[in-house]
Ligand binder design. Structure first.
Ligand code: NAD
Length: 356
């Protein structure tokens, strides 16, 4: 694989937060969500050839720091991501991330990028892609509980990919809902601010839970979930961090990304280790059925998996030439003789006029 953007193997294209925002503005948010979804569909349909492992998590009292690696045999990618629900109180993000793509043949990195914004885009695209396969026919209304950093991206992905044009919002912090409504104003979605979770889910075809709390919370109780809805549960993504009452799980057909990771981190950590769940990629390849009837409750128990970041990284890499939104990083040593790394240091000393 050649170095796509720079053609110079020793310079690594770096997409900063500023570059990422310019890429989004140039392409357009909804078009970008559709583009990432195409890459996700491609990768989910070749799921079996990827290296897969549950992410490597380092937990602390306030949060978690995780590494998420995968490879398709030609390209290797990983994301560094944190989750610290209390950060927002100090004016910091709950989730921040960066990622790398590398050429498997040489091991050289070919892309280094911010992934805080890109994670929000890929999470939203993955949610909407799953819903496209699982939601009831003719869905138009989504309830969204939790109106923080991910929420607008989720709303726009469901609009672009699933045709959702009505939103019912609820957050324990009304200011978060106001922010979400303001940001989505004029973007073609009818929005209702609701006073409770119960009121938000009324008449909704899809329920998205995207709250942040480092505990087993109960955002939805069983009585709130009517037959036939699709639940997109995003916020339960760590051991000891869930959003749904267990009884909802027992009434639902459960779809997951990668079972070995979801059993540790997802809503299904509340169930026995051998409780039957279905893998989304198999629905997408047609190997198994998704929704089978109008009455069924389908649940996408999302935790976020490395292949989704890999798809998003591939998408960004493919936008670099056209947008030019990157800088070249001098990340790799380039001695004249590959074995003379120390000679490179000596040459630098000479050119800097440093005496030995
Ligand atoms: P955020 O802190 O910006 O927003 C979370 C919102 O949830 C806040 O506005 C908060 O007031 C609200 N909230 C908390 N408890 C609530 C409750 N009981 N009822 C209603 N609202 C409540 O966080 P974010 O970046 O939007 O992330 C949201 C969640 O999604 C986090 O838990 C994060 O770890 C998770 N996440 C999952 C994935 C994935 O792939 N599944 C990806 C990214 C983030």
């Amino acid at each position: 694989m050649k170095n796509i953007a720079t053609k110079d193997l020793n310079l690594v294209p770096f997409v900063s937060v500023d570059d990422m925002m310019k890429i989004i503005l140039e392409i357009g948010v909804e078009k970008m969500l559709l583009g990432i979804t195409e890459y996700l569909e491609d990768d989910f349909k070749r799921w079996e050839l990827f290296d897969k492992t549950p992410r490597v998590a380092s937990h602390s009292k306030e949060g978690v720091i995780e590494l998420m690696p995968t490879s398709d045999g030609d390209v290797y990618g990983f994301k560094y991501v944190n989750g610290h629900p209390k950060n927002t109180k100090d004016g910091l993000q709950t989730v921040t991330a960066f990622g790398v793509l590398s050429d498997v043949n040489t091991g050289y990195p070919v892309l280094f990028t911010e992934m805080t914004i890109l994670t929000a885009l890929r999470t939203a695209a993955t949610s909407a892609m799953a819903a496209k396969y699982l939601m009831p026919k003719g869905s138009s209304t989504m309830a969204m509980i939790g109106n923080g950093a991910q929420s607008e991206f989720q709303a726009l992905a469901f609009k672009a990919i699933c045709g959702i044009n009505k939103l019912r919002l609820y957050d324990i912090d009304p200011q978060a809902t106001d922010k979400c409504m303001k940001n989505l104003a004029g973007l073609g979605i009818d929005i209702v601010k609701c006073a409770s979770e119960q009121s938000a889910v009324e008449g909704a075809d899809i329920i998205t839970t995207v709250t942040a709390d480092k505990q087993c919370a109960t955002i939805l109780t069983d009585n709130m979930v009517g037959s036939g809805v699709h639940i997109n549960a995003i916020g339960g993504d760590c051991p000891g961090k869930t959003e749904l009452h267990k009884d909802i799980l027992l009434r639902s057909e459960i779809f997951v990304e990668y079972p070995p990771q979801t059993r540790i981190e997802g809503e299904i950590q509340q169930l026995d280790d051998d409780y039957p769940v279905k893998e989304l990629w198999q629905v997408m390849t047609g190997e198994i059925e998704g929704r089978t009837n109008d009455k069924q409750i389908t649940l996408f128990d999302s935790v976020g998996f490395a292949i989704e970041d890999f798809s998003a990284l591939r998408f960004i890499r493919d936008q670099l030439e056209a947008t030019g939104q990157y800088q070249n990083l001098d990340m790799l040593a380039d001695p004249d003789d590959p074995r003379d790394l120390f000679g490179m240091v000596l040459r630098a000393a000479k050119s800097e006029g440093v005496e030995e």
